[in-house]
Design a protein around this ligand. Structure first.
Ligand code: ZN
Length: 111
C-alpha cells in the first residue's frame, strides 16, 4: 500500500531558497510553510502558489508538469536517434506516470 501523503503546516525554522516538490518553482521560504511528506520521507516545502491554491490547484500544477513532459516527448521524435529516443521515452514515461499518480493523490488531500 502507498504511504500516506501528509502536509504539515508549521512556522519554518530556517529561511532560504527552496524548490517546490510539486511544481519545481524556486522560492524563498519564510514564515509559515507547508511541508509535504510521504510516510516519514519529507518531500519538501510547498511554494506559496501550490499552498494557497489548495489540493486541486496544486494537483493541476503537477499535471501541468506531466503534460510538459508529454509534449517534450512528442517533440523529441524529431531530434533523437532510435536508441536515444527509446531510452529517453522509457525514463520520461515513468516520470509522467509518477507525476500523474502524485496529482491524483494530492487532489484527495485537504489543506
Ligand atoms: Zn509549487
Amino acid at each position: 500500500m502507498a504511504k500516506e501523503l501528509t502536509l504539515e503546516l508549521s512556522k519554518s525554522q530556517s529561511e532560504g531558497q527552496r524548490v517546490c516538490p510539486l511544481c519545481k518553482a524556486i522560492f524563498r521560504l519564510f514564515g509559515t510553510a507547508g511541508m509535504l511528506s510521504v510516510g516519514d520521507v519529507v518531500l519538501g516545502h510547498l511554494c506559496e502558489k501550490c499552498l494557497l491554491s489548495g489540493p486541486k490547484g496544486a494537483a493541476a500544477r503537477v499535471r501541468a508538469r506531466a503534460n510538459e513532459l508529454r509534449s517534450l516527448l512528442a517533440s523529441s521524435d524529431r531530434f533523437l536517434s532510435g536508441e536515444e529516443w527509446v531510452r529517453l521515452h522509457r525514463s520520461i514515461w515513468k516520470r509522467v506516470d509518477d507525476w500523474d499518480s502524485l496529482a491524483a493523490r494530492i487532489e484527495k488531500m485537504r489543506w
